[in-house]
Structures are given as C-alpha cells and as structure tokens.
Write a protein that binds this ligand. Structure first.
Ligand code: PLP
Length: 370
C-alpha cells in the first residue's frame, strides 16, 4: 500500500512495473502551440519545437492517403512489401536490405529490442536524440556517452569507448539538437574501427537537408560495413510526421533480426500509401527542401550577425548554445507566441519554418536576447 500525498487515503499498488520503467522519465515532446496559448492566454502561437515541416503534405500525397482511408476496416500489409519495393528501387538496394517502421524512432526501438541484453553497453554521443537513453534503459542496457566536441559527434572518442560489452552505437547525423553533421567518408573510417559484432546505427532523420557534398552513407558506407544500419524518416522533409513512417537500409541479417521485433501491422495503410506517393514525387519535395535550406542560411546569417554563436546546421533547425540564458530566452519567446525547444540551462533549438514564420521568430529572438 502507498499513501497519496495529495489526498491522504491509502492507494493500493496496481501491478509492479519493472525497475527500469519506474526509473524512466516519460518522453517529452516539443511543446504544442495550443498548450502555450492555453497556459499564457495568448493567441496565434507558432510551434517551432519539433522539427516538423511547416507545409502540409503535397496534394498528390494527400490524394494517395485519402484513396486508402475507405479500406481501413482491413489490416494493412504487415510487411509493407509495396513500400519496401519502392524504397529499394529508390535507394538502389536489394529488397532484402530494406525495412520500414512506425516512424524511424520505432526502428531504433526495435534495434534496441533485437540487440541489447541486460548489462550490454549502448554507445552514443551526448547530447543527442533523447530516445537513445530511454530505449537503452528500457532494455536494462548501460548507456555509455561521449561528449560532443564543438557540438559535433567525437568519432575518435566513440572508437576509444568501445568495449567487449558494446552492442550498439547510435549516431544521429545530423545530430539533434545541434544540427552538426559528419561526412560519409569520416563515418566510413570510423566504422572500420568497429568490430563486426557491434551494430552501428546511423540515424539520418534529416538526411534530405544535408549538403550532398557530405556524401550518402547508403552508397558510401553500407557496402563496406555489413554491421551498419542507416535509418531515415518521412516525418521531416516529406512532411508526414503525423502518419509515423520511417525506413532503414542494412544487411539482410540485421533487417531480419529487427523485423522480428516489429509490432503487428505497425505501419498503417495511410502511412504506406503516403510514403509511396512521397517517393514518387520526390522531385517536388526536393524543391521544398531547397526552400528550407535557403531559409536556414538566412536565419544562421542573421543570428550570427548579432554576435551570437550558432553551430553550422545541416538539418531543418538551428541550435543556440546559450547556457544559463536559454531558459529566459525560451520564456520570452513563448510569451511572443513563438514556441521553441528548450534544453534546460544549455540552449534552445529552433525549427526552420516558412519565411514569414522565420521572420517573426527572428524578431522575437532578437528581443529575447537583448
Ligand atoms: C535524430 C532523430 N532521429 C529520429 C527521429 C524520429 O523521427 P520519426 O520517428 O518521426 O521518424 C527524430 C525526430 O525528431 C530525430 O531528431
């Protein structure tokens, strides 16, 4: 029996969650604009907190989604074979090298489920994507972190931190929240130092926003290293965050291991249809990506012109390592209805949006910093 501190009466404990779950924090999504409006009594707030695409999906993608909605009394294809085939052709790989997931974060979760036993080490740079520690601890794995150097993953540090207990290495490229990216050449060199029994996950949720000069890991790394998996998503460039669909490319041994950990029918019919249509119209999506990349350049240049340090971003967001000032800047911008992502006492991450929203954000940021 436990005592509820607010009400006093004893409450019977229901079930016994595992210690790992009891100790785990809940995933905190970026704050919603409506939440800020309700809390602060403001209107017309904009959300620049979750690195979403500011534009709705292409009309062709909406049409493909709409076309399948009438059939959702049936389960979708559990293995999503049509989508896998489209992805394999798009990426120039064999069908057996591709899998799909309920967002790429679900694929990361399946990797942990497939490879991490209690006491195994999961190695990743820090700070990075917040699900890495969550998934590791959920499996009773041991997080081993290597601090960023110049806001960028430290590959030499990661190589030095590999032990006999390392099972997975997770590298977000570009890194979230800092936006910095490593070239495929550097990642390829790093993977040469990793034993084959360790799986290296290159998490490329923001791949489309990266300078093509940095290379393509599917072409430049995977053929040399069968222990590497590249994960990507339709949530960002393609604007399908709400549908939850991502994919991964790897050696068939890794694909079949993580396919065993897929929940039944995880990728729904609308997500499969929307993702196929998005691939078929990737030329139009590339034009939208170009606009965001251009806006990223404008935002970076403007903020730097105020003397503020901002790491080079290869993603659809920028990170300001403001330290102790971060909380006040976040709060001031929220009062202006510009909702960004706060990393307590460390910095803020701001999603690049439409030109009008970026201009509004810059005005608010400048005032908040003053
Ligand atoms: C580095 C990184 N990886 C993966 C994801 C997951 O994206 P999704 O699950 O929507 O595919 C995100 C989302 O913000 C991310 O920042």
């Amino acid at each position: 029996m436990t005592v509820d501190a607010r009400t006093g009466p004893e409450v019977e404990q229901v079930g016994s969650p595992r210690a790992a779950v009891l100790a785990m924090p809940s995933y905190k999504p970026g704050k919603d604009a409506k939440q800020s409006e309700a809390e602060l009594g403001i209107t017309n707030a904009i959300k620049l907190a979750s690195n979403e695409n500011p534009l709705p999906p292409l009309p062709e993608v909406v049409a493909a989604i709409t076309a399948v909605i009438g059939g959702v009394n049936r389960y979708a294809d559990h293995r999503a074979m049509d989508l896998r085939a489209v992805l394999a052709q798009w990426q120039g790989v064999e069908l057996s090298h591709v899998t799909v997931g309920n967002g790429s974060s679900a694929i990361l979760h399946r990797l942990a489920a497939a490879y991490v036993d209690a006491g195994d080490e999961v190695l990743y740079p820090w700070r990075s994507f917040e699900v890495y520690p969550v998934y590791t601890k959920l499996l009773d794995g041991i997080p081993v972190t290597v601090p960023l150097v110049d806001e960028t993953a430290d590959l030499a540090g990661l190589a030095a931190a590999i032990t006999e207990r390392t099972k997975l290495i997770m590298i977000a490229n570009p890194n979230n929240p800092t936006g910095t990216a490593l070239s495929a050449t550097k990642l390829n060199e790093f993977c040469s130092q990793v034993p084959r029994n360790v799986v290296v996950v290159i998490d490329e949720a923001y791949f489309e926003f990266v300078d093509p000069a940095l290379g393509n890991t599917i072409v430049d790394v995977l053929p040399h290293h069968p222990n590497v998996i590249v994960t990507r998503t339709f949530s960002k460039a393609q604007g399908l965050a709400g549908l939850r669909v991502g994919y991964a490319v790897a050696d068939p041994q890794i694909i079949s291991a993580i396919d065993k950990t897929q929940l039944p029918f995880a990728v729904n019919a609308a997500a499969q249809a929307g993702a196929i249509a998005a691939v078929q119209h990737s030329d139009k999506i590339a034009m939208r990506v170009r606009d965001i990349v251009e806006e990223r350049g404008r935002v970076l240049a403007e903020v730097r012109s105020w003397g503020v340090e901002v790491p080079e971003s290869q993603a659809n967001f920028v990170y300001l390592p403001l330290g102790a000032k971060a909380n006040a800047v976040f709060a001031a911008m929220e009062r202006d209805g510009v909702v960004i992502r706060l990393f307590d006492q460390l910095g803020v991450r701001i999603t690049i949006s439409t030109p009008a929203e970026n201009t509004r954000m810059l005005l608010s940021l400048k005032n908040a910093l003053a």
